[in-house]
Each structure stands twice: as C-alpha cells, then as structure tokens.
Design a protein around this ligand. Structure first.
Ligand code: PHE
Ligand code: ZN
Length: 887
C-alpha cells in the first residue's frame, strides 16, 4: 500500500507487462532480533543475474517499504553511499556482478504497525503477514512470487516474553544469549516465494497431535494459541487430520515437511494464510468450543483449515508466476476445500450454500464497478483483488474441468500438473494445458472464462411438439450488463446438465436427434455458440425441464415457465440442488411481485400454489433436516435487490416480512411441531444428526415463528436462550430476540455480554447480532455501539462484526433514506484508512452498488464517495475502489 498524494495518481499495472526479473535470489538467510523499540533484520541474499533478461551491469532494484537501512555490503564489502539509492519503495544498487552475496541490516517498528501486514504485534505477540507484497516490509527483496528461494531464519528475543519462536520449515538449532534472550533457527528446505515466509514469537501454548502419512512418515501437528485458548483447539486439530487424509485419498497428495504448525492470532485482516509449514490464522477459524462457537463456525473452521492445508500443494509446491494468476492457487484451492466439505458433510447442502454465496456476492460484484475476470488484466492495489470473483468464481471455473472431464479425468489432469510444475511458479494457462494433455482433449475453449468479466446469461426456451414427439431446447448466451466498460462478450463454453420429467415425476430417457438410442436420464449439453438448439426425440408427452442441474456452470438462467413447473420440480426433481433452486425461483418471483404491489399500495396476497408447495416441504419426512431448512429459507433481501432496478429496500423488506408472516400463520401448528420434534432435550452432541436438528429447529424459530410475536413463541425463545448448552442454540435464540421489541431483548443482551465480555470471538457475535436486527432502531444502536468501550478499530474482526454486518448485510437499515448510515460509514472509512487501508477498502465496498438505488439514495451515497475521494493522502487501496465506483 502506498499513500496517494495529490500530486501522484496511482497507476495500474497490467498483466501483459509481465516480464521475468533481472535477477534471481536462490538463498535467503535472515536473522531477526526482536526488541521493544525496534526490530533488527539482517539478511544475506545469494543473488545471480537472470541471463534471459538482464544485460550485464543492469541495476539491482529490490523492493522495500518502511525500512530503515542501517548497513549494506556486497560480497562482504560495505557499499559506499554513491553505489546505491534508497527511496520509499526500493533499494537500487547501480552495478552488481553476475553472482554475489548481498547483506543488509534494516530496522523496523512492528509495534507501530496498525496495517497488520509485514511484521506486527497482536495481543503482545509477534506475527507476520506477507501475501501479497509485504515481505518487503521486513527486508529488501525481489518481492514477487516467481522469485523462489530457500530460507534459513534465526529469531532472537526475550526469553520470558517470547518463549516460543517459530518460522517456516524445521527447527534446526536453539541457544541462549545474554540479557535473558534466546534464539531459534529454522530451515525450510523447499524453495518458496517470499509471500510464504512467516515468523511468530510470543507466549503461546501448543495443542499437538500427529499424522501418519500414506508413505508411513509421522508428521507432528501443532496448533499454537494464547494460553487461555488451549481448550479450544481440538476441532482444528481433527480438521487438519481429516484434510491430510482426504488429500491423500482423493488426489494422492502427501505432506512434505516433518511438522505442520498453525498459529491463531486475534488481529488478522483475512481468514488465514498458508505460509509454508507455518499457517497463521485468524483465531476465528481455529478456536471453538461448543459453548462459544456455532455449528456453522465449526464447519467454517474445518473448511479453512483444509483450505490452507490444501495450499501446500496448490499454491506452495506449485505457485503463481505473478499476482494476476492468483486464481490459479485460490480458485483451485477453494474448489478442493468445497469438495472436501461436501465429503465431510453433505454434497447437496454444500453445493447449495456455495451457489447461494456466489449468486449473492459474486454476481453482484460482476455487475458492479469492481467487475473483473477471474484473472484480472490490471490492478492498482493487489490486495483489492482477493475477491469473491477470484476465489469463488475461480472455483466454479475449476469445477468446469471436473464437469467436462469427470472426477477421474480431473484427478489425472491434476497429477500431470504436479508432474510438470512441482517447484515452479506458473500460470493459469499452464494449468489448463496440463488438464488438456492428461485427457488428450482441447481445452482452449475454456480460456474465455479466464479473460472475460461478467456473468454469462443463458436464455432458455423449451418447445414440445406433440406430433413429432420432440422437445426442442433453444439456448442463447449473452452477458449481464456491467457498468464498467468491458470488451465485447465472446461466447463461452458452458456445460449444462439437463433432465426432463414426465408428469408423474419420472425422469425420461434422453435421446438427441442424431443418436440411435437414449443415453441416460441426465445429459451434459455443451453450449459454445451464442445460440444453439438441442432436440430430444421420442418424448411421449410435454415434459418438465430441469436445467443447469447442480449449477453446472456459473451463469444466470432466464426462462419463462409456468409456476406449476416450478412447484412440480420442488416436489419431484431428483437433483437436490435444482429441487431447492426451483423453490427459490418461485419464491423470488412472488416476492418481487409483492414488492411491486407494496410499492403501489396494493393489497398483498400470497399465491396459494406457493403456500401449498411450502407445506409439502415442511411435512416431507424424507427430506434431510438441514436441506429442509435450506428449502424453507426465503431468498434474502440483498439477493432480491439485485434482481430489480432501482433497488427498493423498503418494498423488499415488507414483501419478505409479509410472506414470512403468512407462512408462519398458515403453518403455525406444523412449525411448532417441527420445533418440538427437533428441539433436543439431551445434552449437546456434534453428530451430523444433532447438527441437522439444530439447523432445522432454529430456522423454524428464527425465520418463521418469531414473526408471530405471540406469547407462546416468545416463551420458547426465552427458554431456549436460558437453557441452551451450546452457542448454536444460544445465538439463534438471541437473534430471535433481536427482532422483538420486548424487555427480554435488552435483558438477554446484558446477560450475554456479562457472560462473554472477555471472549473476543463471542463478543464479536454480540456486536454482529445487534447490527443485524431489522428493527428500525438498529441504526441508532449501531452508532452507539461504535463508541462502546469494547469496539476497537484496530481489531478487524470487531470492525467486521459491527460495521460490515450492518453496512453490507442489513440492507433495509443501512440504506435508511436519511443517509445517516452512509455518512457514518464514510467517516469510519476515512478514520480506518489511516490505520488499516486494507480493511478500510473492504468496508468502502459496501457502497459499490450505489448506482442501483433510487435517486435519493444514489445522490447520498455518491456525495459520500466524493467526500472520500477528495481526501488527501488516501491509501491506494481505498482510492482504487472509490475511483472505480465513481467512474
Ligand atoms: N492466501 C490466503 C488464503 O486464501 C488469503 C490471504 C490473502 C491471507 C492475503 C492474507 C493475505 O488462503
Ligand atoms: Zn487460499
């Protein structure tokens, strides 16, 4: 991050400008001396000229930011000042030999570091965060992922205050020093880019275990946490063991070092970081106990632990040539963690959750000012491109390979990728080529998924011809409009899974016009042109179409169809994803109509067909309870907002509340029965069935019964809150109370605060719950919570729990027509930008959709964005987001 001054407008860098570095660094020896006032970093680099690019005598330009250079020597000889130059971003040595050793000594000040990149402190301990470009805040270096070196790191510090000293690789030596100091040396035998470097020092304790690899090696697994958290590590350890085993079984990938360490820190900008052999985690994705963390938290922890572990192969062993290739490691690793979670939990449930997230957040990003291809063409600040597009859409694109090649073909391709590229820094093209080679198939048509921004839209028309007994599917593709200018849309290769059902709900055998016999009851169609036709023959009666089953490609579907077809699919589709989706589409259609009716002052009425279909789901005893909960949930306001322009926040809120109330009243008896059936009186268990039960009964309570606001329901909520022996039930009850204007609400909040004020992760929930309430007074509550003694701008989790929850997830209250919330956010962003630009830039993204709102809100948001951009010394992070938004 660089500061934007009025004189310098930050300039983008372009993917096409990539060239190899002029020098390579093969070996790094670091000595890091941690002291209260200053940290001294000595580095010895073995450097050689890159014969492919650099002519002799080319200057050496090393990245370095916020470093104070103390000493510099080349091959042991101190350099005179005339031989080099230091500025805010670089150290330039004018003339160097072909091979040499460069030694530098720099001073840094981790205790002043509020940005949480480079070396910083969290709760008095030291830790590092180097991805993407922050190793340069630790020492001078060629800080780019294609420069791979081996690292040896010696850390020294006060023995009492920093008894634990960790870095990547293996601990090879330790020793004592004067003044109660000690040192530890680590060596990482694997070459790695600088962004995977890590160092941790502090008062930490370790929860450990082991893993026996498939080749029989025993790996030591260590979870390092602050002492008070030692009883919250077992789930993380189990998750790690499961992930290791899964990767061996699924892809034959084994861990390579002898020790795998995870450190949990409280102050972290992101979720977690895959540093080689030494992951640093946001404590939120490590620590849990049944009474402090919910079932969803447990699932998130398992997924993030697995994600970081999977990076050891997809990211670390094979890394990215440059940051434009980020999706190479992130899309692939998200795909891997999604499959892992599906195997650990339930395939359909996981798929539904992932697609929901993609459609709500990524589709919105694609339609806003930040629209970019999964492999961006340019950026000003790389940190702004750790996006839902690069990650989640990237994972969908990886899934396209699986869909086209099958699971086995995919595994073969992945094996080929490692065989060719282990130890290298490569590109998305290299991945595609490896996949193609292993399967002897041309995959160049997939390239457009990497180069084009925006969501493809498939328009579908099905026509039945009774005389010919044919069913003709006409499919076109185009792109959903994007405000940012994009090159003309070129058609993509879109794999589409389809089935046809007869009126009894039987899937029909499918035979295309040019085939002799039917081949299965589900077909994979390849749409590669702007417009294509698929003709199914021998179809005895008008069928019901199930399109894009399992969400076989990340596209929007537009299709006119009778509501009866949707209701039919809700009841009969044998693809669980599409069965769920049919309900969502139907609910969405009705909600959007209701919102229009509300805005026009018309009386609201709910289509009996939907009530009936909802009732069937409610009483379907074969449906897994988690899936049932998913199916009952109405599309959220934010998602609905994306389907209309301008977004009418009040109408959507009223429409959704109305639908909820009608369903709750109509099915009061059934809902109460479900609640009772699944409300366990036995003690907490984390078995799948116990989790499913909690999910269903809490959905019933929070999303339906609470709307009734009657005494019986209030009593149920109160009882659940008072007697819960786990955080899932406790939080669910409290979130019900957040919707009710009753004395118990404030009592419960106080009680919860009293019990958990010393546990930061639980206190985050307390802030988030209040911020997510749909009560009109929420805005005032949030404003006052922002000056609560426990609110703290320096802790990203706390900021996200209050500010992000409110500004991004609470559509109806954030977009209050008086514009107070906008002003609040803008001021907060500016204050935060001085402390932590990365976090500020995430938050300001809450304005990204501003053009989609009504004129009043549009103007209010625009004026806040203008205030922000007018600020001198804005970070490049915030500058990039806001300038794109205003362009
Ligand atoms: N590479 C991390 C992951 O997705 C995310 C991350 C990016 C963390 C940048 C910190 C900084 O696993
Ligand atoms: Zn990742």
């Amino acid at each position: 991050m660089n500061k934007k001054t009025e004189q310098t407008i930050p300039q983008p860098i372009y993917r096409h400008d990539y060239r190899q570095p002029d020098y390579w660094i093969d070996k790094v020896e670091l000595a890091v001396d941690l002291h209260d006032d200053v940290t001294i970093v000595r580095s010895i680099l073995q450097i050689r000229r890159n014969k492919d690019t650099a002519s002799e005598g080319q200057p050496l330009v090393l990245n370095g930011e916020k470093l104070t250079l103390k000493e510099i020597a080349l091959n042991g000889q101190p350099l005179p000042e005339s031989a080099y130059q230091v500025d805010r971003e670089a150290l330039i040595i004018f003339s160097v030999p072909d091979h040499f050793e460069l030694s530098t000594v720099v001073a840094i000040k981790p205790h002043e570091n509020t940005e949480l990149v480079g070396l910083y402190q969290s709760n008095g301990n030291y830790c590092t965060q180097c991805e993407a470009e922050s190793f340069r805040r630790i020492t001078y270096f060629l800080d780019r992922p294609d420069v791979m070196a081996t690292y040896s790191t010696t850390i020294s510090a006060d023995k009492a205050r920093y008894p634990v000293l960790l870095s990547n690789g293996n601990r090879v030596a330790t020793g004592e020093l004067e003044n109660n100091r000690h040192w530890v040396r680590w060596e990482d035998p694997f070459r790695k880019p600088s962004y995977l470097f890590a160092l941790v020092a502090g008062q930490l304790v370790c929860h450990h275990g082991t893993f026996k690899t498939m080749s029989g090696r025993e790996i030591r697994l260590e979870i390092w946490v602050e002492p008070q958290n030692i009883d919250k590590c077992e789930h993380a350890l189990l998750s790690l063991q499961k992930a290791m085993q899964w990767d061996e079984q699924t892809f034959g990938l084994e861990y390579d070092l002898d020790v795998y360490m995870i450190v949990a820190v409280n102050d972290f900008n992101m979720g977690a970081m895959e540093n080689k052999g030494l992951n640093v985690f946001n404590s939120k994705f490590v620590l849990c106990r049944p009474d402090t963390a919910t079932d969803d938290d447990y699932e998130d922890i398992e997924a993030v632990i697995a994600h970081e572990y999977f990076h050891n192969w997809t990211g670390n062993r094979v890394t990215c040539r440059d940051w434009f290739q980020l999706t190479l490691k992130e899309g692939l690793t998200v795909y891997r963690d999604q499959r892992f979670t599906a195997d650990m939990t339930d395939f359909a449930l996981k798929r539904i959750r992932d697609v929901k997230k993609l459609r709500t957040l990524q589709f919105a990003e694609d339609q806003g000012p930040m629209a970019h291809p999964i492999r961006p063409e340019s950026y000003i600040e790389m940190n702004n491109f750790y996006t839902i597009t690069v990650y989640e859409k990237g994972a969908e694109v990886v899934r396209l390979y699986e869909t086209l090649l099958g699971k086995e073909g995919f595994a073969k391709g992945l094996a080929r990728y490692f065989e060719k590229h282990d130890g290298q820094a490569v590109t998305c093209d290299d991945f595609r080529v490896a996949m193609a080679e292993a399967n002897q198939i041309d995959l160049t048509p997939l390239d457009r998924w990497y180069s084009q921004a925006g969501t493809p839209v498939c328009e579908v028309r099905g026509r039945y011809d009774a005389e010919q007994m044919t069913y003709t599917l006409q499919v076109t593709q185009s792109r959903a409009p994007t405000p940012a200018v994009q090159p003309a849309f070129m058609p993509c290769l879109i794999p589409i899974r389809v089935s046809l059902f007869d009126p009894k709900g039987q899937a029909l055998p499918l035979q295309l016009a040019d085939e002799n016999v039917p081949i299965g009851e589900e077909r994979l169609l390849s749409l590669s042109e702007t417009q294509q036709q698929f003709i199914f023959v021998n179809i005895p009666q008008e069928p019901v179409l199930s399109f894009l089953r399992g969400f076989s490609a990340p596209v929007q579907v537009k299709m006119q169809r009778p509501r009866e077809h949707l209701a039919f699919l809700m009841a009969h589709d044998n693809d669980s994803f599409n069965r769920w989706d049919a309900g969502q589409i139907l609910a969405q259609e009705l909600l959007l109509n209701l919102a229009q009716d509300w805005a026009a002052g018309r009386e609201l009425k709910l289509d009996p067909l939907f009530i009936q279909s909802f009732g069937k789901i409610l009483t379907d005893s074969r449906l897994n309870p988690s899936l049932k909960a998913m199916a009952m949930m109405l599309p959220d306001e934010k998602f609905l907002g994306q389907q209309i322009e301008p977004i009418d926040v009040d109408a959507l809120y009223e429409a959704r509340s109305f639908m909820t109330r009608v369903l709750a009243r109509t099915f009061r008896r059934e809902l109460l029965a479900l609640y009772q059936q699944y409300h366990s009186t036995s003690p907490y268990s984390n078995s799948r069935s116990a989790i499913d039960a909690r999910r269903l009964k809490n959905t019933v309570l929070r999303h339906f019964l609470t709307a009734l606001q009657d005494e019986e329901v209030i009593a149920l909520i109160g009882q659940q809150f008072q007697h819960a022996d786990n955080m899932t039930d406790m939080q669910a009850a409290l979130s019900c109370l957040m919707e009710l204007e009753i004395p118990e609400r404030e009592q419960a909040l106080q009680q919860f605060y009293g019990r958990w004020q010393h546990d930061p992760l639980v206190l985050d929930k307390w802030f988030a719950l209040q911020a997510s309430s749909s009560l009109p007074k929420t805005l005032d509550r949030v404003l006052s919570l922002a000056s609560h003694p426990d609110f703290n701008l320096r802790n990203p989790n706390r900021v996200r729990s209050l500010i992000w929850t409110f500004c991004s997830l609470n559509q109806v209250r954030f977009h209050s027509a008086d514009g107070r919330a906008y002003k609040f956010l803008a001021e907060l962003v500016l204050e935060l930008d001085r402390l932590n630009p990365q976090l500020a830039s995430r938050l300001v993204g809450a304005f990204n959709q501003w053009r989609r709102f009504d004129k009043l809100r549009r103007n209010l948001m625009e004026s806040q964005l203008n205030t922000i951009i007018a600020q001198p010394n804005l970070s490049t992070d915030v500058y990039e987001i806001v300038s794109r938004s205003l362009n």
